[in-house]
Design a protein around this ligand. Structure first.
Ligand code: PHB
Length: 394
């Protein structure tokens, strides 16, 4: 009798758990090694911190499982293989993360084929989101920063030199900046594309110095590469030659400012996120980050993209009570609005599945003895990806 009761209880418990327990599996691909491999944790930590703070809002019985994978830097073959395994073997409901454009492009067809929504939390080349209807992007595009920067620069400078990394986001940054700078009456004296891995920045900086432009526009992937640019710019005497360094915020990424030192002072950038922004939502985000990870730690723009991407995922989980249908999930993503992101109000453009956000003009200054990207002006409000907007007009 006792064992019958026990069996019955067990059966009921198993049945109940299969009805009520629902684990949402997220396949999270980012870079923990290779070029700028220190950046992966800036994304993962943001996702984990969001989950920790908001877990209690999940429907009863719903859990999130984050399965992390290292794509080893810009490595599309590796990224594709990882995504395939996450889909087929781990049966993830969502794919997320990804720093580098070539990796995002390699994963896109798999997201379409398997109908797995893919939340891009960094990679910024405009075309990416057109490559799968299952892509949504919570980061930025290079057009969003570099196009308004070109407009701003055309009011300040007559001549500009453009130097970018030779891959997708670099090409976008170069085109966006040049178009806006020339439309505003500026003249581009040279456009140089440097290898993504280990470029000889000293040699390039010498050529820039010899060309004597009013300003040097740079895009390189954020992280250690940005510090190398700043160091060479300073060492070769470009600042003292009166050349002004500008670019998207990737070149003065928040976490590298202490490594850059005072050479970064005065560098002007256009971007959607600064850890120094004094919006209450950002102050709370930075404070929570320091509490969780240490007083000397700071989030950066990859953290902001991942934080907001996780907020977006939560919305889909909550609305569907943990049972995710891919098409319904994409509909929820397309209509998502978040008034209180650390970067200000944001939403997803339902037509393109790209983010709509403000762009801030910033300057590196010292605040309380520490270098900071100080937001000077909201240069563009609720900006859609300019590349897609211009395509529509053609
Ligand atoms: C990209 O590959 O899209 C990318 C990488 C690093 C950045 C920005 C964009 O800082």
């Amino acid at each position: 009798m006792r064992s019958v009761k026990f069996l019955l209880a067990m059966t009921l418990a198993i049945a109940a758990s299969s009805v009520f327990a629902q684990t949402v599996k997220i396949g999270f691909i980012t870079s923990y090694s290779g070029l700028n491999g220190n950046l992966g944790p800036y994304m993962e930590r943001a996702v984990r911190l969001y989950i920790k703070q908001h877990e209690k809002e999940l429907p009863p019985g719903v859990k999130i499982e984050l399965i992390t994978r290292d794509d080893t830097g810009p490595n599309p073959d590796k990224a594709k293989q990882l995504a395939q395994e996450l889909i087929v073997r781990d049966k993830v409901h969502l794919l997320a993360g990804v720093i580098f454009t070539p990796n995002a492009l390699a994963i896109a067809p798999l997201a379409t084929e398997a109908k797995v929504p893919f939340i891009i939390m960094n990679a910024g080349t405009s075309v990416i989101s057109t490559r799968s209807p299952y892509i949504v992007r919570t980061s930025f595009t290079l057009w969003q920063s570099s196009f308004p920067l070109g407009t701003w620069a055309s009011r300040k400078f007559k001549t500009a030199y453009s130097l970018v990394s030779d891959f997708g986001p670099g090409h976008d940054a170069e085109t966006a900046f040049s178009q806006a700078f020339e439309a505003g009456g500026g003249k581009i004296v040279a456009k140089v594309r440097v290898p993504l891995q280990n470029p000889d920045f000293a040699a390039y900086m010498q050529r820039v110095k010899d060309a004597k432009p009013d300003t040097l526009f740079v895009f390189i992937p954020a992280g250690k590469t940005a510090t190398a640019v700043l160091k060479n710019f300073s060492d070769l005497g470009l600042a003292s030659a009166g050349i002004k360094l500008i670019g998207p915020g990737d070149i003065t990424t928040d976490e590298e400012l202490p490594n850059m030192g005072d050479v970064a002072l005065g560098v002007t950038t256009m971007f959607h996120y600064s850890a120094a922004a004094d919006r209450p939502a950002n102050k709370a985000f930075v404070a929570a980050w320091k509490k969780e990870y240490g007083a000397n730690e700071t989030p950066n723009f990859l953290s902001a993209g991942s934080w907001d991407g996780t907020a977006l995922i939560f919305e889909a989980i909550k609305q569907q009570k943990g049972k995710l249908d891919p098409d319904r999930t994409m509909e929820i993503f397309k209509n998502w609005k978040f008034a209180n992101s650390p970067r200000g109000p944001i939403s997803i453009d339902p037509e393109t599945r790209d983010i709509i956000q403000n762009e801030y003009l910033r300057e590196v200054r010292k605040v309380g003895g520490q270098l900071a990207n100080v937001e000077i002006e909201t240069f563009a409000t609720a900006l859609k990806d300019p590349w897609k907007e211009l395509q529509k007009k053609k």
